[in-house]
Design a binder for this molecule. Structure first.
Ligand code: GLY
Length: 897
C-alpha cells in the first residue's frame, strides 16, 4: 500500500514540482465536492446533469447543510486515465471534502491511495471493479452494485438457460479484468466455464480490425454464448460488427453487461439499423419504482433539455451527491469542521506537494457515509459492513424491436432470478433453489423463441482427432486393417451411428493409438486427450473413477464389469464316471425294479407261456434276463397275458425315460468342467497366492493392485485369448480377471473355462472427451437414442454374437436324483402290484373251481399219499394252465361216462 502511495507521490512531484498554487475553494460558507467524469461519455453526461440537480436540491434545503452551500467542482477525464488522475489531484489540492468518481477503475485504483492518505472519500457508481471493494481501499465507496453482482447475475442466467461454456469479449483494463475473474469464479461455482477470452485494447483504442479479429475467433469456436463487457462505445462497435458478420443471428446468445441498457435508456433514438441488436440480453441496475423516482423522471426533460435519456446511473449520481451532503451535514451538526491540516508525509516535501492537506473530518465523514440510511431515487440506501450496497439487484432486458426492449425478469442477490420485483421478495425467506429461478420467455437473436443450443461443432477447419486403441486381441471391438488402414469394430460402429445423430456435422479422423504389436495402454490413450494430442477417444474404454477425474465420458454404450474366469477339472474323465449320472439310491431302486419287473412278468406269464417255463433254475435265469434286457428293449420272450403286456408297456416307458436321462446327464458330465473349490469369486482369489492373468494395457492391473491390494507380482499380463487359454490350462495363472465383454467372447470360444462368482465391479464402456466438452453431452444423447431405437442392440448382435457352450455350472447338479423318477417308479410299481393281485385272485378262483371238481369226482382209489392244501395250490400254480384244463377235462369225462 505504501509502495503504491509512494508511486502516487512521485507522480505528484512531477506534476506539482513547478508549483501548484493552492486554491482554497472551500470558503467558509462552501462545502466543495469534486467529480471526475468523461463529460462526453454517456454516463458522464447523465451523471453531470443528475449531480447538478442534486446539488441544487441540497442547496435549496437548509435542513441538509444549514447555511452552507454545496459546490460541485467537475473535472473532465476525457476517456483518459492519466487525465482522470490529474483531475483527482487537482481536486485534492483544493480542499474538497469528497470526490464523486472516478469514472473508471484504473483511476480509482490510483486515486484511492491518495484518498486513504488525505482522508477524502471517493464515491463512485461507475468504477465497479469488484476488487475496489476490498479492504485495501477504505476510502473508496461504490454507490451502485459492483460488478461482482452483475457477474453473479450473468452466471445465474447462463446456468438458468443450461449453458456450460461461455466466450467473453472485454476490454483489457482493470475494470473488465476484475469483472471477468469474478465471472469465471461465479461460472465455476455453477459448473460452467469461460472457454474463450477475447481481449480488446482498453478505452477507445479498440479498432474495427481488433473487433473483427476477435469475432472471427469466436465464430470458429464451440461456444455460441458470448458475454460483452466493455465501455458503451466499444460494446456498440462489437455488436455492430457482430451484426454485420451475421453473428447476432440464429444459434447465438449475446449477453451485454449494463453498458447496453444505458444506451437503450439514454440514447434510444441513436440506433441505426445496424445497431438493432435483436435478441441480445442485457442487465440494468434495478431501482424500485417510487414517487421520488417518477418525479425525477418527469423533471429530467427539463434538466437535460432533451439531450439525453435518464438511466439508473443518473439516479445513482443524484443519490451519491445526497449521500455526501447528508454525511457532511451530520459532521457539521455534530460540531465537526470543514478544516484541513498539512499531511506529515507531504509537508516534508518541497514544492507544491507540501500544500496538499488532509481533511480533518474525513474519517468522520467516511463513517457517516458508511452509516447512511436514507431513501433516495434508487430506493433504500445503506451499506453493508463490507461497504457494498444493500440489496444489489438487476433488471434483465431482452432487446426487442428497434432500440426497444422487453423486461424478462429480475435478478437479486437475495433470491436470484425472478419475474417479480426483488423488493417484493425481501420479506420472504430467500430461496435460490433452481426450481425457484424464473424468467419470462426470451426472443433470441434470429427473432426466434427457440432457445439456442449455445454450442456448435467448432468450425476451425480441423477435423476432430479421434484416438482409437490399435488392438491386437479382441479385435471385434476395434481394429485396423494393416493393409487398407480401414478401422472397424463394434465400438467404431456405435460411434459412427451416434455421430450421425448429432444435429451438426462433426468431421473426424481416426488416429490409431498403439504399436500394433501389443494392446495399447488405455490410460495413456486417455492422457492423450488431456495433453491435447487428440480431441476424443473412442473404443472399448472402461469408465472408471480415475479416468472420470481427467476426462468426460459419454453415457456407457455397453455394460461392463470385472469377472473372474477359472479352469475347472473334468469330473467325467474317471474310471467310474459312468456311475455319476445317478445317485446311489437311484441305482439301487432302478436295479430293484428291473428284478421286480422280471418277477412280475414271470408270475403273470409262467402259467400260460412256455417261454417262462422249464426247470426252476432256467425260470430264474429267464426271469432275471427278461427284467434286465428291458433296459435295452432287447427282451426276446413274448408276453401273452394282458396284465403282463400292460406292465411291460408301463415299464418300457419308465425305462425309456431313465435311459434317455442317463444319456443326457452322462454326456454333460463327460464334457463339463468343475470349479476348483478354492476359487469361487474375487474374494477367494484375493485370499490365495495364485498368479492372476490380466489383459495387457487394461486398467484392470492397476485396479487389482490399487483398490484390491493384490501384489503386482501376482499379476501376469496376458495378450491374446490364446495366451489366456494356454496360461489357464497350463496353470501359469489360476484365474483371469477381465471385463465382461471380453470374457463373454473368451468363454464362448473356450468352453472349458467358466466365470465364477459375481461381477465385482459395475461399469460400462464410453467415449472419452475433454472435460466439460459439450460434444460429450450431445454424444450421450445420441447413445441414449441408439439404445432406445434398438440400434445399439443390432450393432451388438452383428459383432458380438457368442456361441453357447451349452453348459451350466456343474457344482453337483448333474447327478440324477431318485426323487426325479419317483413318479415313474410309483406308477410302474403300483401297476405291477395291482396286476399281481388281480392275477392271484384269478388263480385262486380257478384253483378253487378245479379243486372242488376234483374233490367231488375223485377219491384216492388205492391209498395214494394225501397232499396238504398249500402243496396242492403250489402244484396248481406251478402247472401250465392248459395242462390243468385238459387234465381236469379228462378226469371229468372219466367220472361222467
Ligand atoms: N477396456 C480396457 C480399459 O478400459 O482399460
Amino acid at each position: 500500500m505504501y509502495l503504491d502511495f509512494l508511486k502516487v507521490v512521485v507522480l505528484l512531484s512531477l506534476l506539482f514540482v513547478k508549483g501548484l498554487s493552492r486554491q482554497n475553494s472551500t470558503s467558509a460558507g462552501n462545502v466543495t465536492i469534486g467529480s471526475i467524469f468523461t463529460k462526453t461519455s454517456l454516463n458522464g453526461q447523465v451523471a453531470d446533469i443528475a449531480m447538478r440537480a442534486a446539488v441544487d436540491d441540497v442547496n435549496s434545503d437548509p435542513r441538509i447543510l444549514g447555511d452552507r452551500t454545496l459546490v460541485l467542482s467537475t473535472s473532465d477525464s476525457n476517456f483518459s486515465g492519466f487525465r482522470g488522475i490529474i483531475g483527482g489531484l487537482r481536486h485534492m489540492a483544493t480542499d474538497i471534502v469528497a470526490i464523486i468518481g472516478p469514472q473508471t477503475s484504473e483511476m480509482a485504483h490510483i486515486l484511492s491511495h491518495l484518498a486513504n492518505e488525505l482522508h477524502v472519500p471517493l464515491l463512485s457508481f461507475t468504477a465497479l471493479d469488484p476488487t475496489l471493494a476490498s479492504l485495501q481501499y477504505p476510502y473508496l465507496i461504490q454507490t451502485a452494485p459492483n460488478d461482482l453482482y452483475q457477474m453473479t447475475a450473468i452466471a445465474d442466467m447462463i446456468n438458468y438457460f443450461g449453458y456450460k461454456e461461455v466466450a467473453v469479449i472485454y476490454t483489457d483494463d482493470e475494470q473488465s479484468r476484475g469483472s471477468m475473474v469474478a465471472l469465471g469464479d461465479r461460472l465455476a461455482e455453477r459448473l460452467c466455464r469461460i472457454t474463450y477470452k477475447a481481449v480488446l485494447p482498453p478505452e477507445l483504442n479498440a479498432t474495427i480490425e481488433n473487433i473483427t479479429e476477435v469475432l472471427v475467433q469466436i465464430s470458429r469456436r464451440e461456444s455460441r454464448v458470448v458475454v460483452v463487457h466493455a465501455f458503451e462505445s466499444v460494446g456498440r462497435m462489437v455488436l455492430k460488427m457482430a451484426n454485420s458478420l451475421k453473428m447476432v443471428q440464429n444459434g447465438y446468445v449475446w449477453i451485454a453487461t449494463a453498458w447496453l441498457s444505458t444506451v437503450l435508456d439514454s440514447r434510444p433514438s441513436s440506433a441505426t439499423p445496424s445497431e438493432v441488436f435483436e435478441g441480445v440480453l442485457t442487465l440494468r441496475p434495478h431501482t424500485p419504482d417510487s414517487a421520488m423516482k417518477t418525479a425525477f423522471f418527469s423533471r429530467w426533460k427539463n434538466l437535460s433539455h432533451g439531450s439525453i435519456g435518464l438511466n439508473p446511473y443518473g439516479l445513482y449520481a443524484y443519490d451519491t451527491v445526497m449521500i455526501i451532503a447528508h454525511a457532511v451535514g451530520e459532521v457539521l451538526r455534530s460540531g465537526g469542521n470543514i478544516s484541513f491540516t498539512h499531511n506529515p508525509i507531504l509537508s516534508s516535501m518541497r514544492g507544491s506537494l507540501s500544500t496538499l492537506r488532509t481533511f480533518d473530518a474525513g474519517e468522520q465523514l467516511l463513517d457517516n457515509i458508511k452509516n447512511t440510511s436514507m431513501t433516495g431515487l434508487t430506493g433504500q440506501i445503506a451499506f453493508q459492513p463490507d461497504k457494498s450496497m444493500i440489496h444489489p439487484a438487476f433488471d434483465i432486458l431482452n432487446v426487442n424491436g428497434a432500440a426497444g426492449y422487453k423486461q424478462i425478469g429480475y435478478w437479486s442477490n437475495y433470491s436470484g432470478l425472478s419475474i417479480v420485483p426483488p423488493e417484493e421478495l425481501y420479506d420472504k425467506p430467500a430461496n435460490r433453489s433452481s426450481a425457484n429461478q424464473q424468467l419470462r420467455s426470451v426472443m433470441w437473436p434470429g427473432n426466434t423463441k427457440v432457445q439456442p443450443r449455445g454450442w456448435v461443432f467448432p468450425n476451425n477447419g480441423r477435423p476432430l482427432r479421434i484416438g482409437i486403441p490399435k488392438r491386437v486381441s479382441y479385435e471385434l471391438f476395434v481394429s485396423m486393417d494393416e493393409d487398407t488402414k480401414e478401422i472397424s469394430g463394434y465400438c467404431i460402429d456405435v460411434f459412427l451411428a451416434a455421430i450421425k445423430l448429432l444435429p451438426y456435422t462433426a468431421h473426424h479422423v481416426f488416429i490409431p493409438f498403439g504399436d500394433g504389436l501389443k494392446d495399447p495402454n488405455y490410460t495413456q490413450l486417455i492422457d492423450s486427450i488431456t495433453t491435447g494430442a487428440i480431441d476424443a477417444a473412442v473404443g472399448d474404454i472402461a469408465i472408471v473413477t480415475k479416468r472420470t477425474k481427467r476426462v468426460d465420458f459419454t453415457q456407457p454404450y455397453i455394460e461392463s464389469g470385472l469377472l473372474v474366469v477359472v479352469p475347472i477339472r473334468n469330473q467325467g474323465s474317471g474310471a467310474w464316471a459312468f456311475l455319476q449320472p445317478f445317485t446311489g439310491p437311484m441305482w439301487a431302486v432302478t436295479g430293484a425294479f428291473f428284478v421286480m419287473v422280471g418277477i412280475v412278468i414271470w408270475i403273470l406269464e409262467h402259467r400260460i407261456n412256455d417261454e417262462f417255463r422249464g426247470p426252476p433254475r432256467q425260470q430264474l435265469i429267464t426271469l432275471l434276463w427278461f427284467g434286465f434286457s428291458t433296459m435295452f428293449f432287447a427282451h426276446r420272450e413274448n408276453t401273452m397275458s394282458t396284465l403282463g403286456r400292460m406292465i411291460l408297456l408301463i415299464w418300457l416307458f419308465v425305462v425309456l425315460i431313465i435311459t434317455s436321462s442317463y444319456t443326457a446327464s452322462y454326456t454333460s458330465i463327460l464334457t463339463l468342467q468343475q470349479i476348483p473349490p478354492s476359487i469361487r469369486g474375487i474374494e477367494s482369489l484375493i485370499n490365495t497366492d495364485d498368479p492372476i492373468g490380466v489383459q495387457r494395457g487394461s486398467f484392470v492391473r492397476d485396479y487389482l493392485n490399487d483398490e484390491l491390494h493384490i501384489p503386482k507380482s501376482r499379476l501376469i499380463s496376458l495378450e491374446t485369448p490364446e495366451e489366456c487359454e494356454d496360461a489357464l490350462t497350463s496353470g501359469r495363472v489360476s484365474a483371469i480377471v477381465d471385463e465382461r465383454p471380453y470374457m463373454d467372447l473368451f468363454l464362448s470360444n473356450y468352453c472349458k473355462f467358466q466365470a465364477v462368482g459375481q461381477e465385482f465391479t459395475k461399469s460400462g464402456w464410453g467415449f472419452a472427451f475433454p472435460r466439460d466438452s459439450p460434444l460429450a453431452i450431445d454424444m450421450s444423447s445420441a447413445i441414449l437414442q441408439l439404445s432406445e431405437n434398438g440400434e445399439l442392440k443390432r450393432i451388438g448382435d452383428k459383432w458380438l454374437k457368442t456361441q453357447d457352450c451349452s453348459r451350466g455350472n456343474t457344482e453337483g447338479q448333474d447327478e440324477l436324483q431318485l426323487i426325479s423318477f419317483s413318479g415313474l417308479f410309483l406308477m410302474s410299481g403300483t401297476a405291477g402290484f395291482l396286476a399281481l393281485i388281480i392275477y392271484l385272485c384269478k388263480v385262486i378262483v380257478k384253483y378253487n373251481r378245479n379243486n372242488g371238481q376234483a374233490t367231488e369226482s375223485t377219491t384216492p382209489r388205492n391209498g395214494a399219499a394225501r397232499t396238504t392244501p398249500i402243496q396242492r395250490f403250489l402244484s396248481f400254480f406251478d402247472h401250465k394252465e392248459e395242462d390243468l384244463d385238459s387234465r381236469s377235462k379228462r378226469k371229468h369225462s372219466e367220472v361222467i361216462p
